[in-house]
Design a protein around this ligand. Sequence first.
Ligand code: PMP
Ligand code: GLN
Length: 390
Amino acid sequence: MKQTNQLLGEYGTTIFTTMSALAVEFNAINLGQGFPDSNGPDDILDEAVRAIKYESNQYPSMMGIKELREATAKHSKNFYDIDLDWENQTMITAGATEAIASSLFGLINPGDEVIMIEPLYDCYLPMVRRAGGIPKLVRIEPPNWQLPYEELEATFSPKTKLIILNSPTNPAAKVYKLPELEFIASLIEKYDAYAICDEVYEHLTYDGARHIPLITLPGMYERCVRISSAGKTFSMTGWKIGYSIGAPKLIEAASKAHQFLTFTAPPNLQYAVARGLKKEKDYFFNLGKDMELKRDLLTEGLESIGFNVLRSEGTYFLVADYSPLGDFGLDTEFCKTLIMDAGVGAVPFSAFYQQGRNDDLNNFVRFCYCKKNNTLELAINRLEKYFGAT
Ligand code: PMP
Ligand code: GLN
């Protein structure tokens, strides 16, 4: 029989699914795949129920319902002073994942070069490759995850179509600072490129760090698609409602792919997310403040056990070096041991690189801390018990 798609066939099941399945099998506390163990704000849930019962359950408009498109535009204005015409500059998608896919499929021509920064979120590479793009990778390195300015500049070329910029970044938990963004913006202008900005963790920054959307920098308004997700902003990762904002030309290009990928997203959830985005600013600030305390709780717990924890400036995640604990093998092996013997799930860090990392960086794992405090405490207790005994 004929082969199925060869390129996607190269990929196994995602690391998040693999590790979550193993965590369920061994009844481990899952600090691997990033999802909260709470159910999201009541007013948003109530609005979804109302919309299911009293609004249309037929296809909503292809670009999203007016209420949500207006709300996304207002949210960008309120937080970042971005002026948008919601009718031409916003699009609602099936999660940030589909927003990323439709932007990539709408912008890339086969042979275009696409710059990505490793470690990277897992869907970028397969999507870029499937769209016919040529991946050009640069790395930020621990412990400080500094942007390698010279290397990045050397990676840009006249063939560069776009860069994918994820800030705050999953998994490095880095929040890009203004000078770095200015440098990236200067290269985008110089090489007449675009940026797809994955900003799903926009409200999860800590220690006073501020999220700065690249689109707000001079010259970037016409060149960036800014993407975010209700999953992260309202702690409901299963809802899969995302939004893209950007210049009309870019949103139109992405909509050409969106209309054939998913066409639209569930109307009732769109109403509910619109309600969420109209919340008082305090909600968004408190989301970050609460998460910062959880970061502290897990950081201190892991450090007291002996992990070397890298500073997490944002997101749901922190990166920990387990080599001070002894010889536990490569990261994948270590994560299996953690789940099966210690009862705690994590994600091996090598999964966030194109071909793993066959060097000295094989002793890192990613833990997520977007969990109830007692879940984190229980996980820390289990780890203390296990590593105290080995
Ligand atoms: N981008 C990043 C960096 C993520 O961590 C995630 C994970 N949720 C997504 C995109 C996907 O978001 P969504 O679930 O809204 O598709
Ligand atoms: N974004 C989540 C994470 O990084 C996973 C999403 C998924 O499982 N596809 O853990």
